[in-house]
Each structure stands twice: as structure tokens, then as C-alpha cells.
Design a protein around this ligand. Sequence first.
Ligand SMILES: Cc1cc2nc3c(=O)[nH]c(=O)nc-3n(C[C@H](O)[C@H](O)[C@H](O)COP(=O)(O)OP(=O)(O)OC[C@H]3O[C@@H](n4cnc5c(N)ncnc54)[C@H](O)[C@@H]3O)c2cc1C
Length: 504
Amino acid sequence: MSAAESERILVVGGGIAGLWTALELARKGRELTVLERDPPPPEASADEAFKSWERKGVGHLRHSHAFLARLHILIRDHYPDLMRELLDAGCREIGFSDNLPIALKDRYKAVPGDKDMTILTSRRTTLEYILRRYAGRQQNIRFETGTLVRDVLTEKTADGTLRVTGVKAERNGETKDWLADIVIDAAGKNSQIIDWLNERGAGITEEAERAGILYFTRHYRLRDGVDEPARTKVPGAGDLGFIKYGLFPADNGCFSITLAVPEIEMELRRAIVRPETFDAICAQLPGIAQWTSGETSDPVSRVFGMGELISRWRHMTKDGSPRVLNFFPIGDSVIRTNPLYGRGCSFAGVAAEGLAEILDRTNDMRERARLYHACLAKELRQHYDDMVKQDLAAAKRARNALDPDYKPGVKARLIKSFAEDAILPAIRGDVELLRAFMRSFHMVDPPNTWLRDPRNVSKVLTTWARGKKRNADLYPPKLGPGRREMLTSLGLSPTADSERLKSA
Ligand SMILES: Cc1cc2nc3c(=O)[nH]c(=O)nc-3n(C[C@H](O)[C@H](O)[C@H](O)COP(=O)(O)OP(=O)(O)OC[C@H]3O[C@@H](n4cnc5c(N)ncnc54)[C@H](O)[C@@H]3O)c2cc1C
């Protein structure tokens, strides 16, 4: 056994990032221990995992989840047997051609790269249950459940840099030191390890922006003998400004609906947690109404809500020098993203793949830290920046929508028109453009790569120049009612939030 292979590795947290990291390291022949505060999943079935898996450590476990193509590729190429287990358990692959606007379906001809744009979707409990079961069968991964990490163990190197040497964890009321050569922090968005390191002078800084939305999810099951409604011209996901909505087909006859509401919409966000309000909204969204109608499905959960959503990037190096050695935060503990983009799990997968490769490349602890954080920056930073930019613009639009005196300037009108009258109709009318656009969405290409190709720019500008009338067929159908109409129908005041903002 080489020195590197005999390194003692601790992974704190056995959620999505912890599981990917464990699998990627185990694939390279390393042994490791995962310390997880929550109990393992029930053995029985995906339905049982949804119903009874207790996960105090993951507040968003029962929110809609889908894995983008970037993560689908990783599973497909590294773990074909895991992919089979996921599909056998009812997880679904939704390919590029499945989501084509109906007008493009006849003209569509598959090209090899289209297979690289497949989403994997199901209830998150199913995805995680199968992943966990698969990881649990690997000889070199040991799970210590019911083990809550309470502190981190450190020492200082000769030059004063902090080096992590293990963690202190509690189990059944007893506290134990777990010593390690490498500690991986996969304890999620509420991980405290970086706070503990900062209390010891690590000086880790972060940048954060509010995602600007709240997330609301409800689960449904198709009635016996009823098939999923056929796709129509109205998509199952859309943005009305005051609500963004998404339909997530899931495993075993289940699906979920997520409604995201701007933080500023106080009336709506207070009311939407009531199941009858949630369902009344769904009934008015043509892309969803048929799914949630009582003839098609029954609701099988309450409305889960989630706020305090932020995007956050933690800086683990300063001027290229690591703040802490032998310590690798991964997943939400180091980079948090707005759930709306469905990128968090893919970010974790990309980071896990990078970390496993870097630990093999060098034994030098400073070089490892430097390479790991350079890898995160190279692979993920552009996607993060693009997301934050879009979120800030969406929050601004939501604020403006509540201001009756708001008059957009020339620049704002031009940007809106470019998005709505150039990009949108162009990609809805051209398979090649849509394909190029979706590659960035799936993180297969860096953001906006497609707009750097002069041929694509020319197509978009030509569409814009043709004007609304001649592009009429390329616009999406009406996605739902306007804000005033929706709020009034729900018995809510459409002006209360504007008045509150005015008097603030
Ligand atoms: C509402 C919502 C919807 C989302 N939808 C999507 C989506 O569709 N697609 C997508 O890719 N991403 C999505 N995300 C993001 C994704 O869920 C996260 O990025 C992902 O869960 C991060 O994985 P993680 O392992 O870092 O954290 P988690 O999955 O939260 O796992 C952390 C683990 O650490 C354990 N733990 C915590 N503290 C300790 C401790 N002290 N000791 C021991 N164990 C501990 C927890 O029990 C848990 O098992 C969504 C996020 C939210 C909030």
C-alpha cells in the first residue's frame, strides 16, 4: 500500500457531497470513514425512504430535486451499475429531445452529443437512498451514523498555518476524537467547521448574495391506472415574475411541484404554504393544472417551505496560499447555490471528481489545497457568477413589478426585448441553437458559450430583426395569469405589498 493510500480520511456528512466524495475516493482505491449525524435510510423501499427517513441534517430532503446532465454523465461514465440501480428504483432520465418545444419535434434529428444532455430526476429521498445503499456496499467506505461532529482538531505548522488533524464527535452521549490525515467537510450548508476554524484564526472569507426567492414544494402521486398527462405546448416550467414554477416527474408514479416566490412578495409567500392555496395556484398554471387535478393525482405531502436561500462562495486561499491544510470543504459547506438552477449536486460531483484526482496527483499538503481550490474556481466559478448576476436582475425585476410608478429606461427596455424577443424565440425555433443553449444550462459548457459563436449571434439578431409579428409562432403560449388576477383569485390583496414598500 502506498503512503497516499494509507492516509486516514474522514468525511464529515453523508449527504450528496459526502456520498460522491466517498465514491470517487473509493474508486481510486482509498479507504475512508463517513461520520454522519442522521440514521441510515430504512432498508425497505423508495416509498418507505420518502415516508420515514429521518434527516434532521438535511432540511431540504423533501424538496424537488433533479440532477443536471453534468452529474448524469459522471454517474453514467463512472458508475454504470449505480445508474442501473437508480433506474431500477424508478429514477427517470429526461433527455434533450423530451423537452423540445412541440414545434421543433418534427424537425429534430439526434446528434451524438444529445445523450450528454440528460437530466436524472426522482424524489431526492430515492436518489439519496439508492446512492447511500450503493456506497454502503463498497468495501473501503465505512459509515458511522448517529455521529455528530462537534469540533475540529487542529495544530499549527512551523509557519503558523492551521493544519486539521481530525474532529471531535459525539455518539450516544459520548465524545470521541477521530484522528485523520485528511478531513473533508461535507456537512452541508449549515456546517460549522469553517466557523470553528475561523475562531482559531484561519481567516477564511466568504462572499454571499441572497437568492431573492423562497421555495415551496408539494408532492403528488398519480391515481391508480392514470398515466402522466401528455406534454402540451405549455411547458412544465416557467417564470411569471411573481412566481416561478416547475414540475418534477419522479419515481414510482410520483411527481412534485415547486413554486418559487420572490422574497418581496409577502402576501403570496405567507399564503402559499396553505395546501388549498398551493393547489389553487397550480390549477391556474396551464403547464401544471392537469397534473394536480383530482382526476389525475392525489397530494401526498404538505407544502414544504424553505427560505434563507443564499448563494455563497467561501475563499479557502489568500494570494494562492491555503488558509488551512489537510482540510477540504465540499458541496454546500464551501459553495452554496440558488436551488432554482438545480446545480448544487452537480457542483458537489464536479468537486469530488477533482479532489480525488488531486489527492492522487501530489502528497504535498499545500499543493493539494492550492490545486483543489484552483479546480473549484476553474470548473465552477463562471457558473456561480452567471447565477448571481441573474438572481440580482430577477430581484430587481420583482421590486420594479411592485412599484406602480416604475418606468423602465431605454437600457432596461433593450435588455428585456433582447431576452424576450430575440433569445427566447430564436432558441424555440432552432434545434441547434437550443442544443447550444442547453449545454451551458447543464454545465456541460461554460455559461453563455453559445453566444460566443458568431453563427449563433447572427441567428439571434436575425430573429430580433424579424420582429414580433413574424415571430409570433415562436413565442411560448401564455404560462399563466398576471399577478393581479392571480392574487385576487386567491383572495389576496394585489396592492398590499406595493403599499408596504412605499411606506417603508
Ligand atoms: C430547496 C432546495 C432544492 C434544491 N434542488 C436541487 C436540485 O434540483 N438539483 C441540485 O443539483 N441541487 C439542488 N439543491 C442543492 C442541493 O440539495 C445541495 O447542493 C446538496 O444537498 C449539497 O450536498 P451536501 O452534501 O453539501 O449537503 P447535504 O446534502 O445537506 O448533506 C449534509 C450532510 O451532512 C450531515 N451533517 C451536517 N452536520 C453534521 C455534523 N456536525 N456531523 C455529522 N454530520 C453532519 C447531514 O446530516 C447531511 O447528511 C437544492 C437545495 C435546496 C435547498
